[in-house]
Design a protein around this ligand. Structure first.
Ligand code: IYR
Length: 237
């Protein structure tokens, strides 16, 4: 048994409002180590880039499963965990998704998005063509669950669904980075075709489409800088 498992067994609990709460302890650090760790973590995350060119090299399903478990540790409104991760490896489904996404994207890039939007996207180098939807070994399509149905088909509320699923998506991207893989946060628009192709129930709405894989042999990403601390923060002291 691992020491963590042992610790969990020894864990004491107490009742609050009639519900059991477990004692929670976590390791804390002296300030120098705290600083070193937070800096190292930032520097690691800062090496993450959105990648649009994937290798078709397979990745083990076991890895994807771990990535999803990591994503699903995200906090959520009333702990409802209002997300479903659809993992698409099937080539026919990937092809259908590409065809439908490119249909929508063609319309977007040829009128729907408007001049200002197209100019904003020019430095990123995107266009309506989405070959990565067939090349990447896995497409993770995140659905938000806007409500649940109980056994009698009554609607049960979920809360802060966008916030919750956004947090899970962020953790997923971090987990993908940690695994040495790359991803693209893709938002075909509109994306209701995903519900149809993947036969999702009415309580689920597509949220993000995230191709995952190894990067292609030669990958270029747009030159960009991230905002500096004074541009993203206000301290009230
Ligand atoms: N959904 C389109 C367009 C697009 C929009 C934004 I805002 C981006 O940051 C990137 C792309 C596409 O996926 O190409």
């Amino acid at each position: 048994m691992t020491s963590l498992a042992k610790k969990n067994l020894m864990k004491d609990s107490k009742e609050i409002n009639g519900f059991l709460h477990d004692r929670y302890e976590r390791t804390t650090y002296e300030v120098p180590e705290m600083l070193q760790r937070s800096k190292a973590f930032y520097e690691w995350l800062d090496t993450r880039r959105t990648v649009r060119d994937f290798s078709d090299k397979p990745i083990p399903k076991a890895v994807i499963e771990q990535l999803l478990l990591a994503a699903s540790t995200a906090p959520s409104g009333a702990h409802k965990q209002p997300w479903t991760f659809c993992v698409v490896a099937n080539p026919d489904l990937k092809k259908q998704i590409r065809i439908e996404a490119e249909k929508e994207e063609y319309e977007s890039y040829h009128g729907r998005m408007g001049e200002e939007w197209l100019q904003d996207l020019a430095p990123i180098g995107t266009d309506w063509q989405k070959p990565f939807l067939e090349i990447a070994p896995y497409l993770i399509v995140i659905f938000k669950r806007i409500y649940e149905l109980d056994e009698e088909q009554n609607k049960q509320n979920n809360y802060y669904v966008n916030e919750s699923v956004g947090l899970a998506a962020g953790l997923l991207l971090a987990a993908i980075h940690e695994a040495g893989l790359v991803a693209l946060t893709h938002t075909p628009s509109p994306m209701n075709f995903l519900s149809k192709i993947l036969a999702r129930p009415a309580n689920e709405r597509p949220f993000l489409l995230i191709p995952v894989g190894y990067p292609a042999e030669e990958v270029y990403v747009p030159q960009l800088t991230r905002k500096k601390l004074p541009d993203i923060s206000v301290f009230y002291e």
